[in-house]
Design a protein around this ligand. Structure first.
Ligand code: FES
Length: 106
């Protein structure tokens, strides 16, 4: 991992139950933090790449987030758009857990 970013604490792991997500504002960015049913944490930009909507206002199902506005979907592990109307992937950020804290590299 290059040393470009900083690891920033965004939450306590226990505050985000599995299957849920939260919006976090950090260093001028709107991020979405997801806790998947399988225990993994992932982070993406929170703003949809299609138009303006917050992904955390949508629906998380397994590893997919569905945008509340036009039902575009992204794989939160990779940021890959899952077809119409999404034609641009969403940016993802590395996440790690340390001493019960969720850290995101921004
Ligand atoms: Fe997200 Fe249109 S704004 S799918």
């Amino acid at each position: 991992m290059s040393g470009d970013g900083n690891w920033v604490k965004v939450a306590n792991a226990e505050d985000v139950p599995a299957g849920e997500m939260i919006a976090v504002a950090i260093e001028g960015k709107n991020l979405a933090l997801y806790h998947l049913d399988n225990g993994e944490f992932h982070a993406t930009e929170n703003v949809c790449t299609h138009q303006f909507a917050l992904l955390t206002d949508g629906w998380l199902e397994d590893c997919y987030i569905e945008c509340p506005l036009h039902a575009g979907r992204f794989d939160v592990r990779t940021g890959k758009g899952q077809g119409d109307p999404i034609d641009e992937d969403v940016r993802v950020f590395p996440v790690k857990i340390e001493d019960g804290a969720v850290l995101v590299m921004v």
